[in-house]
Write a protein that binds this ligand. Structure first.
Ligand code: GLY
Length: 381
């Protein structure tokens, strides 16, 4: 492999969905291999004009599991020793993050890496890292407001945390710790009550009174307005409430996941890819592809969880429609010379002008995860 040169790959845009998904996974492997050859042990968040290394700010460090997470998917699908060795290496590089109290993202970091490693290897020592990450997340719990605080301030709760609370449910069930379970459940109920609206849309952030725990107001960082609907937050909710139901069995969380999914489907154009915020008038860019990738993977999960077979078909069909759109050269970078990412047209932080209309590391991961779900387990696994 010559790192500076992109391996030329053919892509048949007219092929059936599953065939295009296989081609996209081969392309994803090639892009990740180029990235880690060119920049070993480097954890980028987003590209700048299609290039991963640019030295611009991260805002917060939440994406370090996604590179290793893709490697675990490649290793499991292909039984490839190269990916297995690299996946272990990239997981070890982030091992100390199990004690990181600065971020609310340890679910992202450890579920994609050490949990996948444990699932493959079954070694209890690996599981202990996942459980510790859940215990570290628990320290964010605010007893007055009954929520896990975000990284920005003690009074702040983000919708994004719904994608990370699962690791607390998991640690609770692995250890039998009832207090862990209580905190995870209460965080979900608080989020459901104050951040999920009557129409199934979500607020990015809730602000609480630190003395009384009273909910004060909605807010946002990456959406258009405090009371608007940031697309990626919506996807964190539809996927995260589904996971909370899967891990707790609490039917209220399934109901919330379905309402969030229904809002996404109702408000998104027929191609399945939303803008950064549904309420922004005349958005500068039509697409936030990472939200679509998260939605596709979350909808595949929800199709397995929902109790109504018609809903299951609806969610699975819509996830396939999203992928049908993402598996075109407009989104897949396979025909874009010099582009180092996999999926184009993602956005990180429009207000700060970080990673806008670029490839973003979580978009890559959830896209690969959705393709993996579409194709199902390989015959050898
Ligand atoms: N901080 C998580 C996100 O940008 O979605």
């Amino acid at each position: 492999m010559v790192p500076e040169e992109r391996v030329l790959m053919t892509f048949d845009a007219c092929a059936p969905l599953e065939r295009r998904a296989e081609q996209a996974l081969a392309f994803a492997e090639s892009q990740v291999r180029s990235l880690i050859t060119r920049h070993p042990d480097y954890f980028p968040l987003y590209t700048e004009e299609g290039k991963w290394q640019h030295g611009r700010e991260a805002w917060t460090n939440w994406c370090e599991g996604f590179l290793g997470g893709m490697m675990w998917i490649f290793a499991r699908r292909g039984g490839d020793l190269f990916w297995r060795e690299r996946a272990e290496h990239y997981s070890r590089l982030i091992e100390e993050r199990q004690f990181d109290t600065n971020v609310h993202d340890l679910g992202f970091v450890f579920w994609s890496t050490w949990k996948r490693w444990f699932d493959l290897a079954g070694d209890e020592r690996l599981n202990q890292r996942v459980i510790q990450a859940g215990r570290t997340m628990e320290l964010r719990f605010n007893e007055e407001g009954k929520y896990l605080r975000s990284f920005v301030a003690p009074e702040s709760c983000f919708i994004d945390i719904m994608m990370n609370v699962g690791i607390i449910f998991y640690a609770a069930s692995e250890t039998g710790d009832e207090d862990l379970l209580r905190k995870a459940r209460e965080h979900c109920l608080t989020t459901r009550r104050y951040l999920v609206r009557g129409d199934g849309s979500t607020a990015h952030e809730g602000i609480f009174d630190l003395q009384t725990g009273e909910f004060l107001r909605e807010s946002t960082h990456q959406g258009w307005r405090d009371d608007s609907s940031w697309a990626r937050g919506q996807c964190w909710a539809l996927y995260g409430f589904g996971t909370a139901y899967r891990l707790s069995g609490d039917a209220r969380f399934l109901d919330t996941a379905e309402r969030c999914a229904d809002f996404y489907i109702e408000r998104t154009p027929a191609h399945g890819v939303p803008p950064n915020d549904w309420e922004e008038p005349s958005p500068r860019r039509p697409y936030e592809s990472s939200a679509a990738a998260i939605a596709a993977s979350g909808l595949f999960q929800l199709a397995e969880l929902t109790r109504d077979p018609d809903r299951a078909d609806h969610y699975r069909g819509y996830a396939r429609r999203i992928l049908d759109t993402l598996l075109t050269p407009e989104f897949l970078a396979i025909e874009t010379p010099g582009w180092e990412g996999i999926l184009k047209h993602g956005s990180y932080h429009e207000r700060k002008d970080l990673g806008v209309d670029e490839s973003v590391m979580w978009g890559e991961y959830f896209f690969v995860e959705a393709l993996d779900k579409l194709l199902g387990a390989p015959a050898s696994s």
